[in-house]
Design a protein around this ligand. Structure first.
Ligand code: COI
Length: 356
């Protein structure tokens, strides 16, 4: 056992692990939870001593403010089993910073970066046997924070809880996705909360997504609130297209979540000398490029989803099927380089992995 006395939290390991109950050959996304979780409360304006202990239920007042006024934010990140059997966290610093960005936007306290990282490291070390080693699998890490004060009335809560739990996962999308270009509903508006990873952003997406599903699609390709012309992001992912052989990624703004997978993919491609355009992408441009055979690939990028091919675009003019994936070049290349870093099978030119 290491010396944990310098940490700002206690560790109470479970007496009996649930690991033997898990079928690792058949991992549904987000259904299986590892043995431990981290919990730290913010009371009287300060973070209290946290604790890593058994994953399990919590008890709350029905008047808990996050249930009513939605101060709830989360992150998604992963730890990967390396080729040599060890375990690494992928770019945890980016997610830590983004959680604190979301916290600011939602009037919540920021989490000290060092405590957050220590909690992540110790949690994953403790549950390292839960990190799967099958292709495309990982330990998904879910940090989140929510308002805990019991109070009726709209103002920021006086108390918060920050937690982390983990889940061994396989692929989020097991098939290429069929996406509907949404030109009625809106995910985010200028000046809104779209760039924060706020629970409410996902809640607002559910009804339009269910409608799209009833029309035979899997996800929505969100467009801007004012004109419904500019493409923003896709369901739970950022999105990229290959137009005239060039990878084109809608630029980030305060209506688009600044994805770690998106940023990593762009960085790796540019590092290899491959051109990537981050710019405005319109529905009209996509429709024209599709018609003229210049739109050859489309894929989502996300922590949960990794690189997820899009097979069909539901354009205003009708559904358009992307060319056969066997001929894709850019999406598979992005996935290969990204997986190379994350699984330790390739180079890590920017030191993104934090080995445990
Ligand atoms: C992630 O990619 O980590 C996400 O947060 C998507 C999630 C809503 C499943």
């Amino acid at each position: 056992m290491e010396d944990y006395t310098t940490l700002d939290f206690d560790i109470v390991p479970v007496k009996v692990s649930r690991l033997s109950e898990v079928d690792f050959s058949n991992l549904a996304f987000g259904k299986v939870f590892s043995d431990h979780m981290f919990v730290m409360d913010h009371v009287d304006g300060a973070w209290q001593k946290g604790e890593i202990s058994a994953f399990g239920p919590m008890t709350f007042s029905p008047a808990m403010m996050s249930l009513h006024y939605g101060q709830a934010i989360f992150e998604g990140m992963k730890a990967f089993r390396q080729e040599d059997g060890s375990v690494s966290l992928f770019r945890p610093g980016s997610n830590i910073k983004r959680l604190n960005f979301s916290a600011r936007r939602m009037s919540m306290p920021s989490v000290p970066e060092d405590v957050f990282l220590q909690a992540l490291v110790e949690m994953v070390k403790l549950d390292k046997d839960w990190v799967p080693d099958t292709p495309n699998s990982a330990l998904y890490i879910r940090p989140f924070m929510f308002a805990t004060e019991s109070h009726v009335g709209v103002r920021p809560s006086m108390t918060y809880r920050f937690c982390i739990f983990t889940c061994p996962v396989g692929a989020y999308y097991t098939q290429p996705v069929k996406v509907k270009v949404e030109q009625h509903f809106t995910r985010a508006a200028l000046g809104g909360t779209g760039a924060a990873k706020a629970a409410g952003n996902y809640a607002g997406s559910l009804y339009p997504t269910e409608l799209a599903k009833s029309e035979g699609y899997d996800q929505i390709l969100w467009t801007d609130a004012q004109t419904h012309e500019r493409v923003e992001e896709c369901g739970t992912m950022n999105v990229a297209f290959v137009i005239d052989g060039v990878m084109v990624v809608p630029k980030t703004s305060d209506t688009v979540l600044s994805g770690v997978t998106r940023a990593s993919a762009i960085h790796l491609m540019r590092h290899a000398g491959v051109e990537v355009e981050e710019r405005e992408v319109t529905v009209t441009e996509l429709a024209e490029a599709a018609k003229e055979g210049r739109l050859t690939e489309a894929f989502g990028l996300g922590t949960a989803a990794t690189i997820s091919p899009i097979c069909t675009l539901g354009l205003p003019s009708g559904d358009w099927d992307l060319p056969n994936q066997e001929n894709w070049v850019v999406g598979p290349q992005v996935k290969k380089w990204l997986d190379g870093v994350r699984y330790g099978t390739g180079e890590d030119p920017f030191g993104w992995n934090i080995p445990l």
